[in-house]
Design a protein around this ligand. Structure first.
Ligand code: GDP
Length: 538
């Protein structure tokens, strides 16, 4: 009897329950990078290794295509970009990889951040000539909030690159993240010959047609004989230094988000990509336990739980439907099952949950923790919503991020103010923009992290609500959630700064500052109050 009461370890349960076995083979990840570092190229190559082979060419073509199913909105067609995050699922080496695409160029938005709350690991792509760039840093910070393990890919080694030691040093210093090179480049730019595998001491050579070949014993002499630009002695010296000077790989530190294994390669030439994918399979974690308001939910549990991290509207222009993207956290989702939407307590039938295979959508029969399904609905679902099989709980997964751009909504027809209010409420619930209502009754402000979100708002208000709006530059530049353990102190602050305080969708108080100086000044003068740039969903 005692044996039965003993809690199962992960390994025990992996062997014992089919659900655990499915969970263990899943890897749900995103790519974080600055625009042009090579995310699209790498995505395409990653998909080549998996079951989604035929789709590889299409990922790149994303920006050029004009009239396909995924170009669902006029605005998207005009710009030829994907406004929305897509999910790509592929099989490789017995594992199921879910790659959640993080919109990056003009389509950078809060969805980019939210996507990172739905992954278990991330690949950080760095342009070898540029090092850590602004967007990478920002996205890394979001990963760090959740201690998401990061695998680093230093891309474009086939071009003029910075010194590899320099790049590692920059990662360590600017991100406060330890590094362990797993491979090391041999030559660079035109003389990039391949990589040295630090653990095995072997090398992998880049062939003329750009295809990765198997590892082989290190033989610098014959490499140098073929390419006089390569100095065998200097390279041997460097490899020796790498082995001696670099930090050994520490699995636990990686899993806790303190150390990143680093790979060098060229996405364009499909070099080093397989090493990266193998590392994701072997090192990156399977779906992790997720924190809810009442308890932690283990991915191996039998009852289905999931949370919505993104909402996409009008995928099909003929229907006013929305797709809520939900990440499964535990159990098994079966098509047609009834789930409880815990925010309202109402049952929702998951009659047509969809799986996403690259650009295509197909109906899902079952999904497990780590998988992402799309749930069609007519505006009933919100960002952060939780589904269960009846248990009363809410995941804390999807925070709000302070907007980088604030605008005041200008309404063409003032008679439609009430309609605008409703429409903004709906748009905020769907996560299109954040809405801040000043306490002094001034017109609402909208906040976004990427300018395209403003265009999306304008188009959707016109098409779905018949509202013609414009945007004014408000007097405020920054918005911060204010919090204080002492309720009285908070109230005092709010009344003293009445005209600079607004309420967000949930009624939480937000301080709006004209500039950074005012924010710092106010913060200094308000001891005990915190001004947060992130708000976790409660
Ligand atoms: P994204 O903006 O991060 O998605 O970057 P893309 O994948 O679109 O790549 C930006 C540009 O860099 C494109 O012109 C790519 O062809 C090029 N590129 C990407 N990876 C490599 C690489 O490994 N080597 C070289 N030489 N060019 C690359």
């Amino acid at each position: 009897m005692r044996r039965m009461n003993k809690p199962l370890s992960a390994a025990d349960s992996a062997a014992q329950t089919p659900i655990a076995a499915e969970v263990e083979r899943r890897r749900t990840f995103a790519i974080i990078s600055h625009p042009d570092a090579g995310k699209t190229t790498l995505t395409e190559k990653l998909l080549l290794f998996g079951g989604a082979i035929n789709l590889a060419g299409q990922v790149k073509a994303k920006r050029d295509r004009r009239s396909t199913r995924s170009d669902w909105m006029a605005i998207e067609r005009e710009r030829g970009i994907s406004v929305v995050t897509s999910v790509m699922t592929f099989d490789y080496d017995g594992r199921v990889f879910n790659l959640l695409d993080t919109p990056g160029h003009e389509d950078f938005s809060e969805d980019t951040y939210r996507t990172l709350t739905a992954v278990d690991s991330a690949v950080m792509v760095i342009d070898a000539a540029k090092g850590i760039e602004a967007r990478t840093r920002k996205l890394f910070e979001v990963c760090r909030l959740r201690d998401i393990p990061i695998v680093t890919f230093i891309n474009k080694m086939d071009r003029e690159a910075r010194d590899p030691f320099d790049i590692l040093d920059e990662i360590e210093k600017t991100l406060a993240l330890d590094t362990t090179p797993m491979t090391w480049p041999i030559g660079q730019g035109r003389d990039f010959a391949g990589t040295y595998d630090i653990a095995s001491g072997e090398m992998r050579l880049l062939t003329d047609d750009g295809r990765t070949v198997d590892r082989q014993p290190l033989d610098l002499a014959s490499l140098a004989a073929k390419n006089p630009m390569l100095d065998a002695e200097a390279i041997a010296e460097e490899l020796k230094l790498v082995k001696e000077a670099c930090r050994p790989f520490d699995f636990q530190a990686f899993r806790e988000g303190h150390l990143t294994p680093v790979f060098f390669g060229s996405a364009l030439k499909n070099f080093g990509v397989k090493d990266l994918l193998d590392a994701l399979g072997k090192l990156a974690p399977p779906p992790r336990a997720q924190v809810a308001n009442t308890r932690k939910i283990d991915a191996h549990e039998n009852a289905m739980t999931a949370f919505v991290f993104k909402i996409q509207a009008n995928m099909d222009p003929n229907h006013r439907d929305r797709i809520a993207f939900a990440r499964l956290c535990s159990g098994k989702l079966r098509r047609g099952m009834k789930a409880k939407l815990t925010r309202t307590g109402k049952p929702v039938t998951l009659s047509a949950p969809q799986f996403f295979f690259a650009q295509d959508r197909s109906v899902a029969d079952e999904a497990y923790a780590g998988d992402v399904v799309g749930i069609p609905n007519h505006g009933t679902l919100r960002i952060g919503d939780t589904f269960t099989e009846g248990e009363e709980l809410a995941f804390l997964g999807v925070p709000n991020f302070a907007p980088e751009i604030l605008r005041r909504v200008k309404l063409g027809d003032p008679m439609k103010a009430k309609k605008l209010k409703e429409a903004l409420q709906q748009m905020a619930e769907e996560g299109v923009v954040q809405v801040f209502r000043p306490l002094d009754g001034a017109p609402a402000l909208v906040g976004v992290v990427g300018p395209l979100q403003l265009d999306v708002l304008k188009v959707r208000l016109a098409e779905e609500y018949g509202l013609d709006i414009g945007f004014d530059q408000p007097e405020f530049q920054l918005a911060r959630w204010i919090a204080c353990d002492d309720r009285k102190k908070l109230d005092e602050f709010v009344s003293a700064n009445y005209s600079s305080v607004a309420e967000d969708l949930d009624g939480d108080k937000v301080f709006m500052a004209r500039n950074q100086f005012i924010l710092d000044y106010t913060r200094e003068r308000a001891p005990g109050l915190v001004f947060n740039d992130i708000k976790d969903v409660k």
